[in-house]
Design a protein around this ligand. Structure first.
Ligand code: 5RP
Length: 292
């Protein structure tokens, strides 16, 4: 594998533990001003220092992320539909690789809609994007999108979708957690990251994280379950304590409550992972110089 490609993947999936915590804030590309993501900058600024990478659109990046803060960017380059349109699967590539390079994207992300009316278009787009991005050593993350049917897909479908994406050359696949998730992971030759999905109680989201990692996912690309949480910073730290730390669900939830300032009768058995950087070591990097 090309040095640049390897280096960029290492900025997304930490070589120290082969794990990844990606913060997803790209929802507006088809959902518009999603609840708690109406003001992008206000939502992103306090959280960015706790993730390994940020999944975001071109417009949101330019307008709402301080370029002095070097969080690795996973740039969404597909779109073309909205939640009020006819068919979410009719996506195309909307951002050129040239513009992604100009934005210093670490990776590109696009959706494939396997089994949908527009599967051909989205799968061919993935293949073409991988070919073009590899010319510049840029990895591609394929999202196995399910349109409005989120939560209704099983291991059989998700294995198929992930495998199709990997066979087209995707370097990382993002999908949804499901029962028998090992089947999805074991039949996909590239690393799998899970989406958080719609907002669920914090403890359930931590369990989702724990179960997915236990089944072999390398990490999460989580959005709503972090920034729609009552305490987003506490939540991202709790998720991190599972992804990059050794906390189980109870320990992570205890940490969440503790960081949220909630009364807590059960003492945490484990501390937050203070020794471990939540982002790749970067001595030139300011701690948090986000505007806001
Ligand atoms: C939509 C996406 C989102 O980034 C993804 O769904 C992750 O966010 P959430 O954890 O809120 O589901 O790729 O296609």
């Amino acid at each position: 594998m090309d040095w640049g490609l390897k280096n960029r993947i290492a900025r997304i999936i930490s070589p120290a533990d082969n794990k990844a915590l990606m913060l997803a804030v790209d929802h507006g590309y088809f959902l518009g001003p999603t609840e708690k993501l109406e003001d992008l900058e206000k939502t992103i600024a306090p959280l960015a220092k706790y993730c390994d990478s940020l999944m975001i659109t071109r417009g949101a990046l330019r307008t709402s992320v301080n370029p002095d803060y070097p969080v690795p960017i996973v740039l969404r380059v597909s779109g073309g539909t909205s939640i009020i349109g006819e068919d979410l699967s009719q996506e195309d590539i909307t951002v050129s690789v040239k513009d992604a390079i100009r934005l210093n994207a670490t990776a590109l992300a696009m959706s494939v809609f396997v089994g949908s009316k527009y599967e051909y278009q989205t799968i061919v787009n993935l293949g073409k994007l991988v070919s073009e991005a590899e010319e510049y050593g840029i990895p591609v993350l394929a999202v196995t999108a399910v349109g409005k049917e989120i939560g209704t897909k099983d291991a059989r479908y998700l294995s198929l979708a992930c495998r199709v994406a990997a066979e087209q050359g995707a370097h990382i696949v993002k999908t949804y957690y499901c029962e028998n998730f090992e089947k999805v992971v074991n039949s996909c030759p590239v690393p799998i990251i899970i989406a958080g999905g719609k907002k669920i109680p914090e403890k359930d989201a931590l369990k989702l994280t724990y179960d997915a990692l236990k089944a072999g996912a390398v990490g999460v690309d989580m959005g709503r379950n972090i920034w729609q949480s009552e305490n987003p910073v506490a939540m991202i730290k709790a998720v991190n304590s599972i992804v990059h730390g050794t906390n189980n669900v109870e320990q992570a939830f205890t940490l969440y409550k503790q960081l949220s300032g909630k009364p807590n009768n059960n003492k945490p058995t484990q501390k937050p992972n203070n020794n471990k950087p939540t982002q790749k070591p970067n001595n030139n990097k300011p701690n948090n110089n986000f505007k806001n």
